[in-house]
Design a protein around this ligand. Structure first.
Ligand code: PEP
Ligand code: MG
Length: 315
């Protein structure tokens, strides 16, 4: 079976009824772009740029970042790469960036808030991204957006930078990973080209359970119906506005998660490289209509355990 998955990895994830799901990779290092393609990835759905900032003494310069993003875009040979702007804070600490001392770092200056508070850092990254955009299909994504004002400010800075660099416009999207972004998805959708649901943080903030807490790990389940209902709500808002939605959290690369997420209407699943051939094979064996029926039932369950039991007969 693994051999068959490997052999077919470059075939698209065409479901039995003809629906096509884009299966793309989560990456963090330059060398992984080529690896993603080699595993059958149809692009990169999440570049965690903070990985370029760790294990160093100082932040990478604009030129260094431009070189890295360009190398990745080239390795993808025209396939899309979604470059997420720096997502630090919370559990993601970078010693030389002098993060604020906070009682609740997960509720503090993290993600887009951190960047908006450090415009020079943000601008230099955006300059690097726009420079790289000439070499492939580059998209920009902002993390942890929770209020419209953050998105509008980030977009304003990005547009200023784009004009400075003289680059063409690129698609801009946001992570949907906090409950306020779900509640306001219809508003956010008027201002972006796409959403990518970060199910790791969305689960954490929806259930108010630390994603790394050893005692809560089992309860903080991305298949919790509360999370699934939020995903459903997000897809409806996006559909109404005519923008596409993907997912890049852990459950996108999990067989049960991929089944439910496609059933809820997601068009793109971004996952760690090794899971790509398996999820592509799984989707080819399924029909979207079946997944939709299952997802509708999952939305009516009262716990993650019930959702998992419901899926028992499925893959
Ligand atoms: C997420 O929160 O689901 C996500 C994909 O982003 P990260 O894991 O990098 O926070
Ligand atoms: Mg996240």
């Amino acid at each position: 079976e693994r051999d068959a998955q490997k052999r077919d990895r470059f075939k698209p994830a065409l479901m039995r009824d003809g629906s096509r799901i884009e299966v793309v990779a989560n990456i963090g290092e330059a060398s992984e772009a080529a690896k993603a393609v080699d595993a059958g990835g149809e692009g990169v759905g999440l570049l965690r740029t903070e990985i370029l900032f760790v294990n160093r003494e100082s932040e990478p310069t604009e030129d260094e970042q431009a070189a890295t993003y360009t190398q990745m875009a080239r390795a993808l040979n025209g396939l899309p790469i979604i470059i997420r702007t720096l997502d630090v804070g919370g559990d993601k600490e970078i010693p030389y960036l002098t993060m604020p001392q906070e009682d609740n770092p997960f509720l503090g200056e993290r993600g887009i808030r951190f960047c908006l508070a450090r415009p020079e850092l943000f601008r230099s990254q955006l300059r690097a991204i726009y420079r790289a955009s000439a070499h492939g299909c580059v998209r920009i994504m902002f993390p942890m957006v929770s209020q419209l004002s953050e998105l509008l400010e980030a977009k304003k800075i990005a547009e200023e930078v784009r004009l400075e660099v003289g680059a063409d416009p690129v698609e801009i999207g946001i992570m949907i990973e906090v409950p306020s972004a779900v509640a306001m998805a219809s508003v956010f959708a008027q201002h972006v080209d796409f959403f990518s649901i970060g199910t790791n943080d969305l689960t954490q903030y929806t259930l108010a359970m630390d994603r790394l807490h050893p005692l809560l790990a089992k309860q903080a389940d991305g298949l919790d119906p509360a999370v699934l209902r939020f995903i459903d709500q997000t897809v409806r808002a996006a559909d109404a506005a005519g923008i596409w939605v993907g997912a890049c959290g852990g459950i996108a690369g999990d067989p049960l998660g991929a089944t439910l997420l496609t059933g809820l209407g997601l068009k793109e699943l971004s996952m760690s490289i090794p899971t790509i051939p398996e999820i592509k094979a799984l989707l080819r064996s399924q029909s979207l209509a079946d997944n939709k029926r299952l997802a509708q039932k999952a939305l009516e369950q009262s716990s993650a355990a019930d959702v998992r039991a419901l899926m028992g007969g499925a893959p």
